[in-house]
Design a protein around this ligand. Sequence first.
Ligand code: CA
Ligand code: CA
Length: 227
Amino acid sequence: MKIQQGRATRLLAVLSLGVLAVAAGAQTWTFDGDQEGWIARDIVSYSDLGDPSELMWTGSGGASGGYVSKFDPSMNTFCFSAPITAGTDYSAYLGGNLTFSLQSDFNDWTADSVVILRGLDSGNLTTIVSALPAPNPTWTGYSIDLTGASFRIGNQSGAVVSDAQFASIMGNLSTFMISGEYGNGVKETTGLDSVSFGAIPEPSTTAVLLGSAALLVAGIARRRCKR
Ligand SMILES: [Ca+2]
Ligand SMILES: [Ca+2]
């Protein structure tokens, strides 16, 4: 009986993963083939785009299967910058989460450890930031809830972003950057991998699929009990 329960549990786990994969519709950058359009930007303020430069691509390692990295280009703050066309609608991810992995060989500079989003809030280009703990020398996974409460206006000590402001900015996004600046001085190399905006699974789809999975598992358990 123990074995049967174990099999049923494993099957349910596999089916649940399937449900998440089907329902999520994530925007994902794996960096398994190349830089996927990402570049570095060397900024002096969070509302600045700074000097662009190329990222190095490595075809193996990272969180998995390859990653991008950059040696600190200057005493400014360098960021990994996503290839987002101004005015892109990311509102499908409201309430979902942003996940990514970072690695840096130094973590003695935490003042600029942020994710930066910029978009139109009521027609005004607005920069919002979410503070992060600095990464480890090993790959470190992050997950940020895509709600206003995770972000502040302008910098880490700005006003908390309201959900209405966040919805407006996400609906008209022009910039998405993740800081690579974790070393005090020009000394660190920082890597980035597995960046993903994940949506909340559709409740109706999830309910139907999970219901089907539960019936299937119950059926298997019943058949096994009859033996
Ligand atoms: Ca990868
Ligand atoms: Ca540095």
